[in-house]
Write a protein that binds this ligand. Structure first.
Ligand code: ADP
Length: 727
């Protein structure tokens, strides 16, 4: 050892001189063959008779230790770098001394300046959200007991009072006796991930809310409330109503702030013409996004001192205003504002806001559609309940015992005494309460309406709950499925008792009058006949002409009276049929020949023939044909030929009379066989008549289990026909 070096550098030498016992902890460079080695020295003095005899000096080469230390230092530096880059904070909590050590990254994670953490549990408690601190403690207890690692998420308050989410991963260490001595772990920031999670959760929950109700103002304010739980400090929804901006919802976690904001809004109501903010978004239909609002920006854009003060108070950080758009216009806007939480919105948040706004617009549209439908329904309901008749709808065949009434208006109870429930719960209820005398006919008629698919009108009596009966007229329409098949009937049934009474009196009068007229007319006809016979011998040609005209008019009168009598008989169901079996073809030829003999104006052309026999009243069926022919002549003043055709089908025979006369408008066709129905048209020439001929024809044909038809086109002509079954 070089003395100079020892003297200068080695405290052992000094201690040796002083006779002290020294162990060098610090390293000393030992030069060995010119190579400096880091060594540890120790010196133990040899003292005899109180004098220092010498010293035992030991030198330990610690170059290996040194190398290890260096690489450890490097490792720790790298770890530190990694921690810094990964923003990972490290802590160690000595449970025995109850002191906590934090790395500088850890301090950063809590928003603290370097070396400011004093290492007490209390300090840590102050920084953590109280709800989470309790949970953290409980979770740590469990891990300590179970010797498991702890993994928890918790919120911390930064000195600027913003909230950040951290994740901790920690492990307990135990001594030989199994007692936990320390907790070592890492922390890292998960605020961004949490924000994303919260955004997703907010999206899911708000969608659920928006789909849950049709009261859109209520749902929108619920969404706004939800927003402040997850993604915003302020949330507001504004809708355009009658050209004005209406603040539907505004929320903040502090109710006082909401009151303050509302007050502010009332004092300074925003206008659609405002250059910025919600008004601009509504006008342009485009989202406004301000990711980071610094005081600087505010100061630069706002000059008004009052507004500046308010904005400063608001601590605005980040803003998204998304338009609520329907198909063709923007109806409002939803605003998310981050303020004291200092959350900075990203493009992802903008997408979320836009999606939410489009869901909100769907909800609003749905709600307004529903409102419209509801109002329409209400209006319809009011109309229906004020109709002095029963509106009904029934599924299935009307004569089928399973036919079910699925709607009947409340007026039914006033009309018949039975409740709506009585009607709905018993299948085929309408038929059950039809007067026994009308039941078969009513069932038959409504089955015809259903089967033919055309619907129709039917009159019958209903027995009321109190046992009395009323006359009703039921107008039915057929409900068809998409393939055109009849599936039900709907219609309205009116009480026509008083009309029927008047009609009955009228029928009685017609019946009596026609009876009374019949005898004098018959006498007049007989006397005319006698006069004609006398005139043949010695009367003048003029007298003969007058008498012939008189007879023709009497014939018309006779026909009229006989029609009226027929009507009375039909009304009381006493139209008698004298049935026989005969060849319809022959009857057609006979009737046509007779008719041709009475007219020169039209040519009657017979086409087709049949030798098939039918069973029926020959005169009555002849009467139908006469009626068809006289109408064809009467309603074709142009004198064009009239075609009478006969043709056989599988089991039926059809006779048709076709003219090329004035024709009939389609709207009249369904009524043409009704009693006293006549076509009146202001623009057309009106022909004399009573409108009873076709009614009688229909009755006669139906009594023969046949059917009667008409096809007609205005100004083109008409074809009246009947079809009867073979014998
Ligand atoms: P009317 O005695 O009035 O002719 P009908 O019952 O025979 O009574 O006919 C009813 C209505 O049908 C007539 O008023 C007429 O308007 C119309 N009509 C009947 N036949 C024809 C036809 N061949 N061409 C045009 N219209 C007709």
């Amino acid at each position: 050892m070089e003395n100079r070096t020892l003297k200068k550098k080695c405290p052992i030498y000094r201690s040796f001189l002083k006779g002290q016992r020294v162990t060098m902890k610090e390293e000393v460079l030992w030069k060995n063959n010119g190579v400096a080695l880091p060594c540890l020295y120790s010196s133990v003095p040899i003292i005899k008779n109180r004098t220092i005899q010498g010293s035992v000096i030991s030198v330990v080469d610690i170059s290996e230790q040194k190398r290890t230390q260096t690489s450890l230092d490097e490792l720790s530096k790298r770890l530190e770098l990694a921690q810094e880059a990964g923003e990972i904070g490290v802590f160690e909590w000595d449970l025995e001394t109850d002191t906590i050590w934090w790395s500088k990254e850890q301090e950063k994670l809590y928003g603290l300046p370097e070396k400011s953490f004093q290492g007490t549990l209390n300090e840590f408690r102050q920084l953590v959200h109280p709800d989470d601190f309790k949970r953290l403690k409980q979770e740590a207890q469990i891990c300590k007991r179970n010797h498991t690692d702890q993994e928890s998420e918790f919120r911390v308050f930064f000195p600027d009072s913003t909230i950040h989410w951290l994740k901790v991963k920690a492990r307990f260490y135990y001594n030989a006796r199994g007692k936990a001595t320390k907790l070592v772990g890492i922390n890292y920031d998960i605020t961004k991930r949490k924000a994303l999670e919260e955004t997703l959760q907010f999206k899911a929950e708000s969608s659920r809310i928006l789909n849950s109700s049709l009261e859109y103002e209520q749902t929108l304010s619920q969404v706004a409330k939800l927003a402040i739980r997850y993604i915003a400090d302020w949330c507001s929804v504004t809708l355009v109503e009658n050209g004005q901006l209406n603040l539907v919802a505004i929320t903040h976690s502090d109710p006082d702030k909401v009151v303050w904001a509302k007050h502010l809004q009332q004092q300074n109501p925003p206008k659609l013409s405002d250059p910025t903010g919600v008004a601009k978004v509504i006008r342009t239909g485009k989202t406004e996004f301000y990711p980071l609002i610094s005081e600087d920006i505010i100061r630069k854009t706002i000059s008004d001192k009052k507004t500046l003060k308010i904005l400063k108070k608001l601590q605005l950080t980040s803003i998204i205003i998304a338009p609520i758009k329907t198909k063709d216009k923007t109806i409002g806007a939803i605003s998310f504002v981050s303020a004291e939480s200092k959350r900075i919105y990203t493009q992802r948040d903008v997408e979320m806001a836009e999606q939410l706004a489009s869901r909100a617009s769907l909800a609003i549209e749905n709600a307004s559609l529903y409102k419209q439908v509801w109002q329409e329904q209400e209006r319809l309901h009011n109309v229906v309940s004020n109709v002095p008749g029963v509106v009904w709808e029934a599924w299935g065949k009307p004569d089928d015992k399973h036919q079910r009434i699925n709607y009947v208006s409340a007026y039914v109870e006033t009309m018949l005494g039975y409740t709506v429930q009585d009607w709905l719960s018993s299948p085929n209820f309408w038929l059950k309460i039809v007067h026994p005398q009308d039941q078969t006919r009513a069932a038959q008629e409504s089955a015809n309406f259903f089967n033919s698919g055309t619907g129709g009108r039917s009159r019958f009596r209903w027995i009321k709950k109190d046992g009395s009966s009323i006359w009703v007229e039921s107008q039915s329409q057929v409900i068809k499925d998409s393939s055109g098949k009849s599936v039900g009937l709907r219609g309205v049934t009116m009480d026509i008792t008083s009309t029927m009474e008047v009609e009955q009196r009228k029928d009685e009068f017609i019946s009596i009058a026609s009876h009374e007229l019949k005898t004098p007319i018959t006498s007049i006809r007989v006397f005319t006949q006698i006069l004609l016979a006398a005139c043949e011998e010695k009367g003048t040609a003029k007298e003969k002409t007058y008498l012939l005209r008189m007879r023709s008019q009497i014939d018309k009168l006779t026909q009229l009276v006989s029609d009226l009598l027929d009507i009375s008989k039909i009304e009381v169901g006493k139209l008698e049929l004298r049935k026989e079996t005969f060849q319809l073809g022959l009857l057609v030829t006979e009737v046509v020949e007779n008719m041709q003999a009475t007219t020169d104006s039209h040519k009657l052309v017979v086409k087709g023939s049949s030798i098939k026999k039918i069973h029926g009243d020959r005169d009555r069926i002849g009467q139908v044909l006469i009626n068809f022919l006289s109408n064809a002549i009467k309603y074709s003043p142009n004198g064009k030929p009239i075609i009478i055709s006969t043709h056989e089908n599988k089991q039926t025979i059809t006779v048709a009379v076709k003219d090329k006369g004035i024709g009939i408008k389609s709207k009249h066709l369904e009524h043409i066989f009704e009693r006293f129905y006549r076509v009146f048209d202001a623009t057309e020439k009106t022909f004399p008549g009573l409108g009873i001929g076709l009614f009688i024809c229909k009755e006669i044909i139906q009594r023969h289990n046949g059917s009667i038809h008409v096809e007609s086109k205005l100004h083109k002509g008409s074809t009246f026909s009947f079809t009867l079954p073979f014998d």
